[in-house]
Write a protein that binds this ligand. Structure first.
Ligand SMILES: [Zn+2]
Length: 279
């Protein structure tokens, strides 16, 4: 999956005050794009030294380290244009071979959005401040503390003997097949969400729901938990056309084109194909 970038290491543990020196990487976003330099076909992140004269740059926020190099996200700065760099749409993660850089750009984007969406306290409207020692924002007016938001979601590989249920959703890209997925509701366990989503989308009862793997997905601030589930014996499908274009059972050795293994959906389907999908 895209987050598995060994031997590269993205360390998102929040370690408090980190010195913002000229060597630090600077993450600058405009909409859903990040500022990068293309250098002989490879992307390069800007360093603080590339922008040190720009007003406001010193208010950048520490986000994580990439292979030990501290990374900062810039807030609103007046002159983000630079002759050597250009804003690149975050969808470059789909095609680049630099998965470690693409993953960092995606995680940085989640944190960037969280900071800009929480500039003011949602309770009393006071401007928030960075909380000392934690990755959190605190309201000096009412002392409310806001932590980064992560939305839990489930994805389910529904199987029956040597077959797997694959779907194409109304929001799917291209002709690729994938798995049933959806957000966990408030007050619901992930396992209950699997039962509900499968019933809602294809009208099927499932049992023996077992956790198998997970993937954070920063572009939607979600954390996807993957489960395997066993279909009821009749395997009859009643498709919700609002969510699903097509749903069908496929035998292990005759699967259609499916999602990339950068995603948990593709990884789980590949594991099923190889006979290694375990809950
Ligand atoms: Zn407040």
């Amino acid at each position: 999956m895209i987050q598995d970038s060994f031997p590269h290491r993205l360390d998102t543990h929040y370690s408090g005050a980190v010195e913002f020196d000229d060597n630090c990487f600077l993450f600058l976003y405009r909409g859903k794009s990040i500022l990068l330099k293309s250098d002989v076909g490879r992307f390069v992140l800007p360093r603080k030294s590339d922008f040190s004269t720009i007003e406001g740059i010193h208010n950048s926020t520490y986000i994580f380290t990439m292979d030990g190099v501290p990374c900062f996200v810039a807030g609103e700065i007046r002159q983000p244009d630079h002759p050597s760099f250009a804003f690149t749409d975050l969808s470059f993660f789909r095609t680049t071979t630099q998965k470690d850089l693409a993953w960092a750009a995606m995680v940085g984007y989640q944190l960037h959005r969280w900071y800009i969406h929480n500039k003011f306290c949602g309770t009393c409207g006071t401007p928030t401040e960075k909380k000392h020692g934690d990755r959190a924002l605190v309201c000096p007016g009412c002392q409310r503390v806001v932590f980064p938001h992560i939305h839990p979601a489930i994805i389910a590989a529904v199987t029956s003997d040597d077959e797997i249920l694959l779907v194409r959703g109304t929001k799917s890209r291209g002709q690729w097949y994938s798995l049933i997925a959806g957000y966990v509701e408030i007050g619901e366990t992930p396992e209950e969400a699997v039962v509900r989503e499968v019933m809602e989308e294809v009208g099927l009862e499932v049992k023996n729901i077992r956790y198998c793997m997970s993937q954070p997905w920063p572009l939607s601030s979600s954390l996807m938990a993957g489960f395997v589930a066993q279909a009821s014996p009749d395997k009859q499908l009643h498709i919700d056309k609002k969510e699903i274009v097509e749903a069908a059972w496929f035998p292990r050795h005759n699967l259609p084109k499916y999602s990339s293994t950068m995603s948990i959906a593709g990884k789980m389907i590949e594991c099923f194909e190889r006979g290694t999908l375990r809950g």
